[in-house]
Write a protein that binds this ligand. Structure first.
Ligand code: XMP
Length: 543
């Protein structure tokens, strides 16, 4: 594909994927590569610009992540961020030392507004700092273009050679002008046009898949999650009935979820593909009977899933390609750096089947971030409810039932969870309609634009929320009767990347309503608890 490419060179910093996402938000395609990537490979990709990320090391230390001086001499614009800026200075003859004052957090920044990277940025702004080293002397040909109280070289520039360095992190929201600065680098310095859009991505992929697959047979394990659904739809648009989707209902899905997936992908749905639903709940329950150790449950579910999938695949006969919904964060997290070809195996269904013979794996989404996958999904006409579905773990409710799993417990969690989701979503939508109206934006209640509606959701709206079943039973009273029933835990978290999370502050009256409904409507529950634990020390799931 002939498109503008910017490379993000990864030095191990915590915000590296965020840098890449910020670049793509400007409709400039970019990819992340390890700092170990050979210079020749970088040159061959003909990037319009290069961004060096932050990293945990000190660039002057023996063995620290480094780069070739030649990287800065290729005539390709380079922006160094934090460690990247220090490394640029270090390699080109400046000096980097331990800072007399370590800067962390919001810091006042004074910028040279005549610099092309600061076009439109106010002279006095703030930035997010997180460093213990600093640039104490700049390299020949460079000048300072921004300062803080403790940093004489908070941003540096060599305009002639198009080399720039920011000591702070422009990619995080805490640097309010950061997006503009990155955009300025991409447009003013690299000369990017910003013409990479999702609609063309979908059409290009469909064409490419069609050419590759020819008249081959394709198999897809469809979970009903966003990634595998978008991958399946791309494939079905490309090769139609040559695609078979196997959907394993392991009996640990949310309430009515199996039917919802079938309604979209089954014969009554809008897509022309072979859809096979396997109702395997009994099989899974038998295997899981009496097992309460979380990792053992995960393993049993993962293995059984593969067995069921294999059995179905055997019935289909010859398969040429297997489709996986791998997305870019999976690829990056598996360790990129020129070794990307071997990173193919892990998807959340729990690995690849051993006994399905196929030529090749197709991963149409392997270069996309989650929000981009959603855009493609909308582009392809997949229903909003599916595109914006909450993350749901592969082992499903199996890890939301503390202790052993029974059909009765599954039903309790499903019913409680459905009530919880219904009430929270209704309350958030109601608040959003009101907020939109107050802002003078009209959203049609009968046929709402879901993406727009979501943008007005209140700040308490969790990124993930669900009901789980504790393995506690306690005494209660209902009517005049003593009860001895289960306790349901409500979980709700706010998070950016699911690596860390905080409990969401859902308004009390909504929680009360949920509690009341669960106690009244779900048999076997006499107590509802709200989980306040953040991650760490907790995890999002209870197991
Ligand atoms: P934890 O519990 O690890 O969850 O804090 C972080 C995110 O990952 C999801 N999760 C899983 N997803 N298979 C999956 O596909 C799993 O075994 C699994 N365990 C947790 C969880 O729902 C949350 O979004």
């Amino acid at each position: 594909m002939d498109k503008e490419l910017v490379l993000v060179i990864d030095f191990g910093g915590q915000y590296n994927q965020l840098v890449a996402r910020r670049v793509r938000e400007n409709n400039v395609y970019c990819e992340i590569y390890s700092y170990k990537t050979p210079l020749e490979q970088i040159k061959a990709m003909e990037p319009k610009g290069i961004i060096l990320t932050g990293g945990p090391a000190s660039c002057y230390e023996e063995g620290a992540a480094s780069c070739d001086e030649e990287l800065f001499r290729m005539g390709v614009p380079v922006l160094g961020i934090c460690y990247g800026a220090q490394l640029m200075s270090h390699v080109l003859g400046g000096k980097v030392e331990k800072a007399p004052v370590r800067e962390y957090g919001h810091t006042d920044l004074k910028v040279d507004v005549t610099s092309p990277v600061f076009e439109g940025v106010p002279e006095n702004t703030t930035c997010w700092m997180s460093h213990f080293d600093y640039i104490s002397a700049i390299a020949p040909g460079f000048k300072s273009i921004a300062t803080t109280d403790n940093c004489p070289f908070a941003a540096i520039a060599n305009d002639e050679e198009k080399l720039y360095g920011f000591q702070y992190h422009p990619e995080v929201l805490h640097t309010p002008e950061g997006s503009r600065m990155l955009r300025n680098f991409l447009m003013n310095v690299c000369g990017c046009k910003g013409d990479w859009v999702m609609s063309s991505f979908a059409q290009e992929q469909i064409k490419a898949i069609r050419e590759k697959v020819g008249d081959g047979k394709v198999l897809c394990a469809l979970s009903g999650g966003v990634d595998s659904s978008v991958a399946a739809v791309l494939l079905s648009k490309a090769v139609g009935k040559q695609l078979t989707c196997v959907f394993v209902d392991h009996g640990l899905l949310r309430k009515d979820e199996g039917d919802q997936v079938e309604a979209i992908f089954g014969p009554e749905g809008p897509y022309d593909l072979n859809f096979i639903r396997v109702n395997a709940a009994e099989r899974f329950y038998v295997k899981l009977a009496g097992v309460s150790e979380p990792e053992r449950k995960r393993k049993i579910i993962g293995e059984e899933f593969i067995r069921v999938f294999e059995e179905e695949a055997k019935k289909i006969g010859r398969v040429d390609y297997l489709v996986q919904g791998t997305i870019y964060p999976d690829v990056v997290e598996s360790g990129l750096g020129g070794e990307s070809a071997v990173i193919k195996s892990h998807h959340n269904v729990g690995g690849l089947p051993d006994y399905v013979d196929f030529k090749e794996i197709i991963e149409p989404l392997r270069n996309l971030f989650k929000d981009e996958v959603r855009k493609v999904g909308l582009e392809l006409g997949i229903p909003d409810a599916l595109v914006f579905r909450q993350p749901f773990p592969g082992p499903g409710l199996g890890i939301r039932i503390v202790g052993d799993i029974t059909a009765e417990k599954v039903k309790i969690v499903q019913d409680s969870d459905a009530i919880y989701r219904e009430e929270v979503e209704n309350a958030a939508n109601e608040a959003a309609y009101e907020a939109a109206e107050a802002a003078g934006v009209v959203i049609d209640r009968n046929n709402p634009d879901h993406a727009l509606l979501r943008s007005y959701w209140p700040s308490w709206m969790p990124d993930q929320y669900f009901a789980a079943l504790t393995n506690m039973r306690s005494v209660g009273v209902m009517g005049d009767e003593r009860t001895y029933d289960h306790a349901v835990a409500l979980r709700a978290v706010k998070t950016i990347d699911f690596m860390t999370a905080e409990s969401a502050q859902i308004p009390y009256e909504i929680l009360m309503k949920v509690m009341n409904r669960i106690i009244n409507e779900v048999r076997g529950v006499n107590r509802v608890l709200y989980d306040l634990t953040s991650k760490p020390p907790g995890t999002v799931e209870l197991e």
